[in-house]
Design a protein around this ligand. Sequence first.
Ligand code: NAD
Length: 375
Amino acid sequence: MKRRPFIKQLVKFSGGALLTSQLPLIYACAKPTQNKKLGIALVGLGSYAGGQLAPALLETEHCYLAGIVTGTKEKESVWSNKYDIPKSNIYNYENFDSIADNDAIDIVYVVLPNSMHAEYTIRAAKAGKHVICEKPMATSIEDCKKMIAAAKNAGKKLAIGYRLHYDPFNDQMMKLGQNRVYGKMNIESSFAFNMGNRNQWRAKKALAGGGPLMDLGIYCIQGCIYTFGELPTSVSARYTTINEKNWPEVEGSIDWELTFPSGKATCSTSYEKQYYGHLTANTEKGKLMLSPAFVYNGLRGTTPDGPMTVKPVNQQAKQMDAFALNIINNSKILVPGEMGLRDNYIIEKIYESANNDGKEILLSNLPQILDLRKI
Ligand code: NAD
């Protein structure tokens, strides 16, 4: 569409409400016209891929579910029928690398157990695909670094599945916290649930890398960092597992404290307690709080001025659309691989402290990366 007729149409559709003086700005901000949505292939069709990501991909504007990678033959036809996925876009773990020849797939989304993230992210990058990798990025810092290097060498983008950076409640928390709207603060955050079935990969060290700290506590770490808008300088931690015999491989529960330049954050996580998840800043003017803070729907926010009144969104759809736009516009990712590395580094130091009776550990080599918001 030529510029002039496009502007005329905008004025017409706005019922004249748009002043012509506003038009250059609106025109400049318009999203680029796209010929096609980017194709995403999900790797690992478990509960998160099936329950959240695939349904969200029916709501996305800039990407869609184009392919799947699964080790379970029966899932192929089920997913193919449900999401209209052609046979040519279905892979298993053995033939996965041939995805390199498939132009319908632009992005590979790794939704496997934690210890498999590194292998599939690196293979996807080598196949020339952009990658979203679920949290926690990997089970070691060394793997995180290899994943970042693989994406860099391939000239592809790598994001971590940190959906809450696209959630409007957490966005409010970041803005109000980072701008110190309610003055100085200390933060408390907890995330726990009671894991009934301990026979799953989450309880196995080789697959999970660790216990609830890697799975749930990572949300608390993230929440404290993005509410302060600062990086922690040291950590101290203690295991608080209630039933040791239930957790031979990973911790059942753990508490930790992070020191930030302008305050403290006290956190806990557990696989042994009833469900709860909150992020609370105790400010000079009262509580700034999300509770529940880390769920997909039904978040609630409170400020010293009253409840947050933001409108909920489909977090996963927003997150995947944002990554697709990062690719289309070649723009900066809010949650890049380096942020995943940062969080894995903090997790490693929390375990180091807990293994040394709560000794304070300095976070001297922490990657300097923050998601800073402006009001
Ligand atoms: P899940 O157990 O439901 O699914 C795991 C999938 O991996 C299954 O399809 C399974 O068949 C496959 N798999 C392949 N090899 C496997 C092996 N050796 N052992 C076990 N499973 C194997 O797990 P999930 O809850 O979907 O979690 C997958 C990843 O997504 C994890 O990294 C988790 O941390 C992450 N996750 C993120 C969110 C979020 O909100 N961002 C939510 C849930 C899970």
